[in-house]
Design a protein. Structure first.
Length: 134
């Protein structure tokens, strides 16, 4: 009877540990439905391989900088870019600024159509970072 009780405690502890384990993935909001309405937010998946937490901004051609959200260090974070953050031609440029550190990472200008998403990989060496629209 004692062996069965100990096994039950062990199994319960293993389940609790597995439930608390983080796969280093953050989801800061559910993705919109794939149907691409004109006002649907654009999903942004940021794979941050950098040890710095990043503040993510959309930059309009006018130079206006609008905060999109935060990407955790060494984590994958899903954010949403509201359609009104994009320029009239549907393009957007993203920058990531490390929290508490100098410098920025730039995605370059990206043309985004309704129903598409942006994947941005920020590397440990920021100059090796890349962004794609899918």
């Amino acid at each position: 009877m004692r062996l069965r009780s100990n096994a039950l405690v062990l199994v319960t502890a293993l389940v609790a540990v597995a439930a608390c384990h983080s796969g280093r993935t953050e989801d800061t909001g559910s993705l919109p439905a794939p149907a691409g309405g004109e006002n649907t937010a654009v999903p942004l998946i940021v794979e941050n391989h950098n040890t710095n937490q990043m503040d993510v901004y959309a930059i309009r051609t006018s130079g206006e900088r609008i905060r999109v959200g935060e990407a955790g260090s060494l984590a994958t974070t899903t954010l949403k870019i509201p359609r009104d953050y994009l320029d009239t031609d549907g393009s957007v440029q993203l920058i990531a600024a490390p929290v508490g550190a100098p410098g920025t990472v730039n995605s370059g200008r990206l043309a985004v159509q309704p129903g598409q998403l942006v994947k941005w990989m920020i590397q440990a060496d920021p100059s090796m970072s890349s962004a794609v629209v899918e």
